[in-house]
Design a protein around this ligand. Structure first.
Ligand SMILES: [Zn+2]
Length: 480
């Protein structure tokens, strides 16, 4: 009787301890954590890979997935699109609506070319993926990604480089690779890597210039450098690599200039943001007058009152979007007068224009191989990355179901409570679970023998009580 109680108590205690094991030692920590590196080559238009030999891009296509048409977000500028990639939100929702902004509530101006870039308040209408990952106990790294060296919701990426355009691509890669290949307790799960080309040259030369050929070839070599560094670090088969961009680029023409000074006095409005989409803030009481002067001023310039901006652009519901929005026709430039320096290439136009759309390639353990998908939206990338990284996504404008086919098909049997990327984490759970179970059985067996020996020595009058050990009663308590 006494022996039975002891055994029940001992095993009950073990069962209790067992129930605490999963929370104490998370399976996710024991397993190999999924990893993802998101790379943006600024202004890399989707078709650049077809105009000069780009062997590294083409290897990625064979090894992974290609999306032929990616609809990015309006306006097709650098900051709005980079923030959409890491939030899954349209610009009107994440709040970085342009490279240059005015916020009438904050009564402050923002420009990517001034220190206002580092004011947290501009970025905190949304939460970038690196912050969400860190709030979930993970680690992230950033090499010059726009906004990644800004403190957002009290947080920087776990590892990051402050923005410095003079730091070469190779140095950025070396840092990122080092942070990914650190010991597992310190290694990052998610990284973002940014390079300014081919955008800079695209503005200077125009995308149709033959001078762009060498620039595109150089970006391909840089991608090759990244692939080699990942291979040397043993990361190439472990890291899910996504290579994309924020927007494309279109050719401008010196005779396709719209001069606002011809139509409306500068005294009546403040010019916010630059061509080809211009935010106009009329002076107090001057909204109607400015609108009437501009509305039919030039057939190559669309003029929208804020409330009438087409819904499909998702560019209306934010105080940082100005009362009047001007949009030039593709290839046209809006200036106040011709003294403004003229570029040969630009972007920012309607996001349904093919010339404004970026490249999208991805490869790695989660992705299918040699797979081509016709179309996606860039906001769909965020839920896709969250799925791969097993992080619950925050509310977003993307849809995982739109891009699920980029990944290996889900195994038919899966544990319901642990979202896992296909084929990456699940196999490593198996030995952990089996090992834990066998270990537990060993401990139980040892304790049973130990208790039996001790009890028999101390209670010689209960010789026959040991028979209880052969009875199945204890199994009723063990819901293994
Ligand atoms: Zn850009």
């Amino acid at each position: 009787m006494m022996l039975g109680l002891l055994l029940r108590g001992g095993l009950g205690l073990l069962v209790l301890l067992w129930s605490f094991i999963p929370p104490l030692v998370s399976l996710r920590d024991l397993a190999e954590r999924p990893k993802l590196l998101l790379v943006s080559f600024d202004g890399f238009r989707w078709d650049y890979v077809n105009r000069v030999p780009t062997p590294n891009f083409h290897i990625l296509m064979e090894e992974g997935v290609t999306v032929e048409q990616v609809e990015n977000v309006y306006i097709t500028k650098t900051l709005p699109n980079h923030y959409s990639l890491v939030t899954g939100l349209y610009a009107e929702t994440h709040g970085i609506v342009a490279n240059d902004m005015f916020d009438p509530v904050l009564n402050r101006s923002f420009s990517m070319d001034t220190d206002s870039l580092y004011e947290s308040q501009w970025w905190e209408q949304a939460v970038p993926l690196w912050v969400t990952i860190q709030n979930s106990g993970g680690r992230s790294a950033a090499a010059m990604w726009p906004g990644s060296d800004v403190k957002i919701h009290g947080m920087f990426p776990t590892r990051y480089l402050p923005y410095n355009a003079s730091v070469g691509f190779e140095t950025r890669v070396e840092h990122i690779v080092k942070w990914f290949s650190a010991p597992e307790q310190e290694a990052v799960d998610f990284g973002v890597l940014y390079w300014e080309e081919p955008d800079d040259s695209g503005h200077d030369f125009g995308p149709e210039s033959s001078l762009m050929d060498a620039v595109i070839a150089d970006v391909d070599e840089k991608l090759g450098f990244l692939r080699n560094e990942l291979k040397k670090a043993g990361l190439y088969e472990r890291v899910n690599l996504v290579v994309t961009s924020d927007h494309g680029m279109t050719q401008l023409f010196a005779d396709k200039i719209i001069e606002l000074d011809q139509y409306v006095s500068r005294d009546l409005y403040t010019w916010v943001d630059k061509s080809p989409v211009v935010g106009i803030l009329p002076k107090e009481g001057k909204l109607d007058e400015v609108y009437e002067k501009l509305a039919d001023a030039n057939p190559y310039m669309a003029v929208h009152l804020k409330d009438a901006i087409p819904e499909r652009l998702h560019y209306r519901h934010n105080v940082r979007i100005m009362p009047i929005l001007l949009e030039a026709r593709e290839g046209w430039t809006i200036v106040q007068n011709r003294s403004t320096p003229h570029m040969l290439g630009n972007h920012g136009y309607d996001n349904t224009l093919r010339s404004m759309q970026p490249i999208f390639l991805a490869r790695g353990p989660a992705f299918r191989q040699n797979y081509v998908k016709p179309a996606m939206r860039s906001v769909d990338l965020y839920p896709l990355m969250c799925h791969i990284l097993a992080i619950p996504p925050l509310p977003n404008n993307g849809s995982f179901s739109n891009v699920r086919d980029l990944l290996h098909p889900e195994p038919t049997v899966s544990p319901p409570s642990i979202p896992t990327p296909a084929g990456l984490v699940r196999p490593s759970y198996f030995p952990v679970v089996v090992g834990s179970f066998l270990g537990l059985m060993l401990v139980v067996g040892f304790l049973m023998v130990f208790v039996q020996q001790v009890t028999l020595k101390q209670l010689p009058s209960l010789k026959h009580a040991s028979r209880e050990m052969s009875q199945p009663l204890l199994q009723e308590d063990l819901h293994l």
